[in-house]
Design a protein around this ligand. Structure first.
Ligand code: NAD
Ligand code: 44H
Length: 385
């Protein structure tokens, strides 16, 4: 069995690749970083080092790598013959991956079982986004190609920090992991991934994950960074930051309880487990990594505006989330392109060349009529001033 995995970065090598390997797949990594592709091809194995309580070292073998920028034809050929395709490249990169998968489907024999495609990104409906991009590229050809693939959304959870320079292709990760996959699209022929669990309705899983793990993580990163902390563990050690994270998460939990019928107690346990994971002193995770791409994180269906908008629609509390949004607006990391762009646009608000309302609409995608809009707009005004 063969799986083609796009994105041989932290979560690709440290999680998705591991579970595919343990499921018996040969993993063909596809990436655009030439040194990484070379390093993978010159090694027979790499080590995934789980740090923290209960952690073990795992040795991963049975992989190869291809450079999709230099050798797209070879990537298409691998896709044509594979059973599974996964991605972990970042939601904004999916549109580039779509072309490679389409090229593979064109070469794929109609006699093979449909290719099983799963995007493993932090976003609601990432696989749907990938499929839409593929449909757009295929145009009229889609009707003849669509039967060659099945698409399932997933929710992946494991904290994999940036890896220090000089550690090669080995990856340091936390021991915890969870991979929930929509079951219905596969019928009786699910991919063989014993480490994952298949669920009928992914909605509650992805929202619980994104609006708790990722909302809490990003809140710790933005409040922590504003307080001068460089690591997530240190940020959580700061009582004011911890209180800010707690406040935001109590609000997202209230939404998840109201929307998905999750129990209050279950959510309290889930939050506690997550905070314990964030505090893992052996995990060298930084506020810069966790806060990366603040414009993406402030967009309409993401970890702040997503839950805050739904909470506001239900008349639930959002003050903690607004504080986190304020800190996100002030996230100042010059080497992060989105942070630099955010800073430039906020300075336009300060100088009066952009209105706070236009800024709010453009960055968050909220409608002016939405009940959350005026509150985010005031947060923008205070952050710009
Ligand atoms: N790191 C985590 O803790 C974690 C956990 C769960 C989900 N995720 C999600 O997984 C995705 C990847 O995150 P990451 O932390 O591994 O990032 P990363 O930067 O470590 O890895 C991304 C990889 O994608 C490659 N890439 C970029 N453009 C590409 C292209 N056009 N074709 C092929 N490869 C390309 C990069 O070279 C890089 O190796 C994101 O959506 C992230 O939200 C990350
Ligand atoms: O990957 P991002 O930028 O969407 O979010 C940063 C972190 O919160 C994220 O990578 C977590 O470590 C991960 O989602 C844990 O499962």
């Amino acid at each position: 069995m063969k799986a083609v995995h796009f994105g041989a970065g932290n979560i690709g090598r440290g999680f998705v690749g591991v579970l595919l390997h343990e499921g018996g797949y040969e993993v063909v990594f596809s990436d655009v970083a030439a040194p990484l592709v070379e390093a993978l091809n010159s090694a027979d194995s790499y080590t995934v080092r789980e740090v923290g309580e209960g952690g073990e070292d795992r040795t991963i073998t049975g992989f190869r790598a291809l450079n999709s920028a230099e050798n797209p034809e070879a990537v298409a050929q691998e896709v044509a013959e594979a059973q599974v395709v996964t991605t972990a490249v970042g939601p904004t990169v999916l549109k580039f991956i779509a072309q490679h998968i389409m090229d593979g489907l064109r070469l794929r024999s109609a006699d093979l079982q449909p290719l099983q495609i799963m995007a493993c990104e932090n976003a609601v409906g990432a696989t749907d986004t990938l499929r839409s991009e593929m449909e757009r590229i295929a145009g009229a050809q889609w009707s003849e190609l669509r039967s060659k693939a099945v698409f399932a959304n997933t929710a992946v959870d494991r904290i994999v920090p940036g890896q220090p320079a000089g550690t090669g292709i080995d990856v340091t990760v936390e021991p915890f992991y969870e991979w929930a996959i929509e079951s219905v699209p596969f019928g009786e022929s699910r991919p063989h991934i014993p480490g994952a669990h298949f669920v009928k309705d992914l909605g509650p899983y992805i929202e619980r994950k994104l609006f708790t793990v990722n909302t809490g993580h990003a809140t710790a990163a933005y409040l922590g960074s504003a307080a001068g902390h460089t690591t997530i563990a240190a940020a959580l050690g700061d009582q004011q930051v911890a209180a800010g994270v707690q406040a935001a998460l109590e609000e997202t939990s209230a939404l998840l309880v109201a929307k998905h019928g999750l129990s209050v107690l279950e959510m309290a346990d889930y939050r506690e487990t997550i905070l314990e994971r964030f505090r893992n002193p052996s995990l060298p995770d930084t506020t810069t990594r966790v806060g990366r791409q603040p414009l993406r994180k402030l967009s309409r269906h993401e970890r702040f505006i997503g839950p805050a908008s739904q909470a506001a629609e239900r008349g639930l509390e959002v003050a903690g989330l607004l504080t986190a949004i304020g800190a996100a607006l002030r996230f100042d990391v010059p080497e992060d392109e989105e942070s630099a762009q955010l800073k430039r646009r906020l300075s336009e608000v300060a100088s009066g060349s952009l209105t706070a309302a236009d800024f709010t609409a453009q960055v968050t995608g909220l409608d002016e009529e939405h009940p959350l809009f005026p509150r985010v707009c005031s947060t923008v005004v205070s952050s710009a001033g």
